[in-house]
Design a protein. Sequence first.
Length: 531
Amino acid sequence: MNQNNQLQDEITKELLTIKQDIELKVPEFIRQGCLELKVDQISTQKKQDIIKCLGGIKYKQDKQFIPKLTECLLSHLLRMKKCSLQSTNINPTRPIYLGQLITITMFYYEDKIIKSYSILEELTKFINKQIHIYYEGIRDRLKLIKDKEQQLLNQLRNSQSNNDKQNETQQDVNFLKCYCHSQPGLYVQIKAKLNTSKVLQCKICSQNFHGFCLQINHDIQDFICPYCTLVMLNPQNKVIDQIVQSTFQQFLQFKNEKHFLFNCPVKHKGSQIEIRCLRIDGKDGLNEITWPDYGELQMNGVKLAEFKPLSINYSVKKRKDDSINITNHIKHNEQNRITLIEYKSNEELKKQFRIQHQCIYFIGIFSINQLNAKEFLLDIKQYHKNYLSIEDSFKLFKQECSTNKDVKIKSIKISLLCPITLQLINIPARGRFCNHLQCFDLENFITAIDDQRDKKIWKCPICKLKCFKFLIDDYQQVILELISENSLSNKEVEFNENGEISDLVLRELCNQRLKNQYQMNDRIKKQIKTD
Ligand SMILES: [Zn+2]
Ligand SMILES: [Zn+2]
Ligand SMILES: [Zn+2]
């Protein structure tokens, strides 16, 4: 425990030094901003109004304006910051981790007074920008703090799990990617609630997440975590690399900007760069790109997108959001800055528009390869992992028979027609999470999705589960090939309770083909052994 305290002290001390340093610089930032924004050029009357509005007293000479403005604006901003921090558990004089320090040092500019004079808003934004530049200048120091925070987090986790029961430790480790571990101290704060929370396990990465943390109370059959969802969202835009590690981000009442600073290595030149964002709102936000209802996205100071809320009266309940391609705005081998802003709204606006506020978002930046339908199909077909072997397919049939034991089914019938085109299937496939034997034609499926004009929805046409990883069924492939080679007219295939094909002609052909194939495989295996 002593060790933890010492580490926390070190972190706090370093944070306080930075905090004081920034506080000393802010008046200078205001003066710089005044110069840059040519504040001096506004009318004398307006100058007086602004000072009055900020609670300052009348001044006599024009040259007193800027010092006066600096003084009044600063005390106003500090007052507003104090107010906004009241509803949080942040102590403005003693930040305990880096995230808190940033919250404490940045200024909030969405209050009425600042909003009523665009020059004040610009000025506040300018100060915030300077503070950011300052932070960028001390990246190495910040990295050291981050490392220490991580160390502290690990130590806390260790000491905690030593105290807790063994199985609880086990649980904890499986939740490391969950929101509760995304901010130092948060896990401990909400631990009591987590103990009773529903547990969701990601079908792709097998990591556990708390229903409580993701605001999900209902059972989800095909739960896919935010990390995997962001990567898999549109498999045709195949992720090659993560440029910025995906993270949870929450807009707070007083800090409605999120900044991402990153370098994009030259090796990504030529590939597309995309930013993706999910809203954690317990609804379908986890399944699709959702940007803030009301806000904007900037990159290197250029507004790339504006998010406008839908009218309450509008019949469409959800805006169709998509990932944002930032390729043309990337500076390679230079620092890039992405700013996501959630505009403030008031009760009046909320009555008219669908606006959700202060939600948690999950954001990542990726380099991707845009594949057309043909390339995507080839991409799937080239990987061994995308095939279900004949043996595994047999197992699946057996399973299907045994799970239906009570009903005592004599046979299973499977249509060989694609549910999309009603033509004979060419490449029989299912989604990775599908629980049915029935296949669709992979090429038809991909073409159908490729033809969707707006956002593409990757769901199995048969069971409607998420479908962006596929399994091509080797067994059904063989059957389909035999039908075509022998010009048979079968449109479906029936299997008896032993998993054998009922149709005698087809069964004979199939047995022959499989025997040949196994012999071939055996020969190959023997060759490998003797070599
Ligand atoms: Zn959690
Ligand atoms: Zn996952
Ligand atoms: Zn399915």
